[in-house]
Design a protein around this ligand. Structure first.
Ligand SMILES: [Zn+2]
Ligand SMILES: [Zn+2]
Length: 386
């Protein structure tokens, strides 16, 4: 534990369920060992989460690994507005099915499965009906920190935990030929970059630019290469050149070098911009061909420099955003990764290293994703009554 952080409570605080969550199930609910935040400043501490009794459509998963996403840091530290504490983060979950509800016939105990950023949505709006649950017009239910309308308005608690219960509609099948720890980040960082590449229709011979080489950027490089594209990485730091080339990038452009940027004029079809800090996009637009597009995936908390409409108009360039991916598309991404042997580069950490890992993520000191080994969470002392 980092010096200066408050000592965690001696007895794990239990996060209860809403009273009417998981009712009408013949199965009992269980407790999960977890790590989460009890305030915006206290770091992550041991917690116990009451998981609901699996209902007819529910899948209970014994979690093996959970990726650490930058969103987890922002959420637990209260940097994205008011949070419901205690809060267990984690939306890059991989584990094995332990129990299923009576109506579940597509998953069985022992199956290797994943859960990403979405655990429910309205299932009725146009976006949900098209399999684009991330754009649910009534708001998707996030894997942590969200009000779970179908389960008594309990607040969802994420994957830094020994188990989770999720409706089968939001559970992904993880191919057995991939390393499960290295698969975990595919469920957020992977799908977030796969979706715009796929939506743009990237294919053999296209040139894809990737801005930023963190958790998202390194997945964008790997996925675009696997789709047959030529990949050019934009970075501000000379120190990342060799890392980008090792990941498979065909070229690296130092974005602060005006001559290098001018030389890249009209050379790229699609730019995936993963940088979450405010930055000027206009120099990047000039590297795009006519009918090119720039997808911005990072959400800066401060205003960005204005976009010059002329840069877009003169080449019919599209400036777009994109949010994770739907459930069907996430499955498609996992199957694509299995076929092409694509996984994330990960550093596995134990529960006691989470706070240091957060500090290192903020400092950009990780290649490229931390993954929590959930066997290092302490086991809950007791089981909840159903
Ligand atoms: Zn994420
Ligand atoms: Zn919907």
């Amino acid at each position: 534990m980092t010096p200066g952080r408050p000592v965690p409570p001696p007895l794990a605080l239990q996060i209860p369920l809403a009273e009417d969550a998981g009712t009408a199930s013949p199965l009992e609910g269980r407790l999960a060992a977890a790590r989460g935040a009890v305030s915006s400043t206290g770091g992550l501490v041991p917690l116990t989460v009451a998981r609901r009794a699996p209902k007819a459509d529910d899948v209970e998963i014994a979690i093996e690994f959970c990726g650490l996403c930058h969103s987890d840091v922002h959420a637990t530290r209260g940097e994205w507005g008011t949070q419901n504490y205690p809060l267990v983060p984690g939306h890059e979950i991989v584990g094995r099915v332990s129990r299923v509800g009576s109506d579940v016939d597509d998953f069985a105990p022992g199956d290797l499965v994943g859960v990403g950023c979405i655990v429910d949505s309205c299932r009725e709006c146009e976006s949900c009906r098209e399999g684009l649950e991330q754009y649910c017009e009534r708001g998707m239910t996030g894997t942590y920190g969200a009000k779970d309308a179908r389960n008594g308005d309990s607040i969802t608690q994420g994957g830094y935990a020994s188990s989770v219960v999720v409706d089968r509609r939001y559970v992904l099948r993880v191919p057995e030929n991939l390393d499960p720890a290295a698969v975990a980040p595919l469920l957020c960082a992977g799908i977030t970059t796969f979706s715009p590449l796929s939506h743009f229709g990237v294919e053999e011979g296209d040139v894809v630019g990737v801005v930023g080489l963190g958790g998202l950027g390194h997945m964008a490089v790997k996925l675009a290469k696997a789709m047959g594209a030529e990949v050019r990485v934009f970075t501000t730091s000379e120190s990342k050149v060799s890392a980008a080339l090792e990941l498979g990038a065909d070229a690296v452009i130092l974005s602060r070098d005006e001559d290098a940027m001018a030389a890249a004029n009209r050379s790229i079809d699609l730019i995936i911009d993963t940088v979450a800090a405010p930055h000027d996009l206009n120099p990047f637009f000039r590297t795009l061909h006519r009918d090119g597009a720039l997808f911005q995936l990072g959400l800066p908390s401060d205003a960005m420099p204005p976009v010059n409409p002329g840069a877009l108009i003169r080449r019919r360039i599209a400036y777009a955003g994109s949010l994770i991916g739907g459930i069907a598309e996430t499955q498609e991404m996992l199957d694509f990764c299995a076929e092409h042997g694509v996984v994330s580069d990960v550093e596995i950490v134990g529960a006691d290293q989470l706070n240091d890992a957060y500090d290192r993520m903020v400092a950009g000191d990780v290649k490229y994703r931390f993954v929590l080994d959930t066997t290092t969470l302490q086991a809950p002392a007791e089981r909840a009554d159903a």
